[in-house]
Design a protein around this ligand. Structure first.
Ligand code: PMP
Length: 424
């Protein structure tokens, strides 16, 4: 017997498991559309030129490895608040905003959850369906009752805004609503500006708390100010209190450096001071203090006019390439007379495309005979690679979400052809 006989087996995270299967596949033309990480035109990770330059400057100026303060790098926190709110709103409201550096977007959501729990107990957390696979775990593990609401209509392959409104009209007052600020993951469908106004109005009226998950600012349209529209609408024009969980993983390509920030826009200086002091205490007990290197890079980019301009260009480079690959996949699917309609692909935006394929088709595209939804560990099968003798080698999430950034001129036709053949 073991002290841990009560331990349950938790299946591996589906997307990380998918990457492991992809790595194990020896087929040279294999394509990984699973994990949402940007790839350049050659399928390689891309260090942004602005980030490269900031790194060089840091090295030249002398970099040490001392601890950061518990709340993180103050220059970074302030520059992030100014970036997200825009200079005008920032100058009006800065004293009412609490900030705390976090372990990327995930850590920011977790800190937000800790603070909300400490201030409000465990109200309901409403989460769009579908959503990023980690939302339920982050808030569920903190004890919040999580409820899904219908965000997407598989029939129209578009946002189901009426279901969204009806959730808001029926939600319990003082509940928390998780909002993807832009580039909704996985559907790529965001509300229009008019719909955002209606969402904000209903949330304000019903006293619901907006918690923005902002993992793709600038990555969606290529223009960060455009992508920050709903955040500035809620906090600025609508005068609402809101939390914003910012990640620099995607828009600065700083994935593994874990650079993020939690911002809380409140109504009073006192609330900002108090919540920031609580964030400091919560951070101390979790990680003591956040990592320095990535935050120093991001701060260098955000605080230099020259580097910031370069970064805005880098975001255009990434979002343009993604948009052109979205179009290329669409064009190839049509040219191959692939059964079904594909207009939704070019209507969506952001890093992800939601193809709308059945799980069986997705599994066939991987050249496997079963889904990755692993229920029990079967150790003896770990080294078997069922895909080597199979026909297709295109890896995507079970729900047919594809990371468009994984496509390039060299593989997009192969991907379209594989989809077309499986569907015919
Ligand atoms: N939210 C969403 C919607 C995401 O897609 C991601 C990354 N896949 C994150 C948060 C968090 O990412 P990270 O912790 O790497 O910043």
């Amino acid at each position: 017997s073991s002290w841990f006989d009560q331990a349950r087996f938790i299946p591996p995270d589906a997307i990380f498991a998918l990457t492991a299967k992809y790595v194990a596949d020896s087929f040279p033309q294999k394509v990984n559309l699973g994990q949402g990480t940007y790839r350049d035109a050659n399928g390689q990770p891309w260090v942004l030129p602005s980030v490269n330059k900031a790194r060089e400057q840091l090295m030249t100026n002398g970099l040490n490895h001392e601890y950061l303060p518990i709340l993180g790098l103050a220059d970074f926190r302030n520059a992030t608040a100014k970036l997200v709110l825009g200079p005008e709103l920032y100058s009006q409201r800065q004293s009412q905003v609490a900030t705390c550096q976090s372990l990327s977007g995930t850590g920011s959501l977790h800190l937000a959850g800790l603070l909300l729990r400490a201030c409000h107990g465990q109200p309901k957390v409403y989460i769009p369906s579908p959503t990023w696979s980690n939302h339920h775990q982050v808030f569920g593990s903190l004890g919040f009752p999580c409820e899904s609401f219908k965000y997407y209509d598989p029939e129209t392959r578009d946002l189901d805004v009426e279901s969204y409104y009806s959730m808001l009209d029926n939600a319990e007052p003082n509940s928390i609503i998780i909002i993807h600020a832009c580039a909704h993951n996985p559907t790529g469908c965001d509300p229009s500006k008019e719909q955002w106004k209606e969402i904000a109005r209903r949330m304000k009226e019903r006293r619901l708390f907006p918690l923005f998950d902002s993992a793709y600012l600038g990555f969606n349209s290529g223009n960060l100010d455009e992508d920050a529209y709903p955040i500035r609408l809620f906090i600025g024009e609508m005068g609402m209190e809101a939390g914003v969980c910012v990640s620099f993983a995607k828009n600065m390509g700083l994935y593994g450096e874990r650079v993020g920030c939690f911002l809380l826009a409140t109504h009073t200086e006192q609330a900002a001071t108090n919540t920031q002091s609580m964030l400091e205490m919560l951070q101390r007990s979790e990680v003591s203090n956040p990592p320095g290197f990535g935050a120093k890079i991001a701060s260098q980019v955000l605080r230099s006019e020259e580097l910031k301009r370069m970064w805005y260009t880098d975001m255009i480079t990434m979002s343009d390439r993604i948009r052109s690959m979205r179009k290329a996949l669409y064009d190839h699917l049509l040219a191959l007379e692939t059964p079904g309609s594909w207009d939704h692909l070019i209507r969506q935006s952001g890093m992800f495309g939601f193809l709308g394929l059945s799980a069986e088709v997705v599994v066939q595209l991987r050249g496997m005979s079963e889904s990755l939804d692993i229920k029990v560990p079967v150790r003896k099968d770990e080294n078997a690679n069922p895909s080597t003798a199979e026909q297709y080698h295109v890896y995507m999430a079970d729900n047919s979400r594809v990371s468009i950034a994984g496509l390039n001129e060299g593989n997009v036709e192969y991907v379209a052809r594989s989809i077309a053949e499986v569907l015919k």
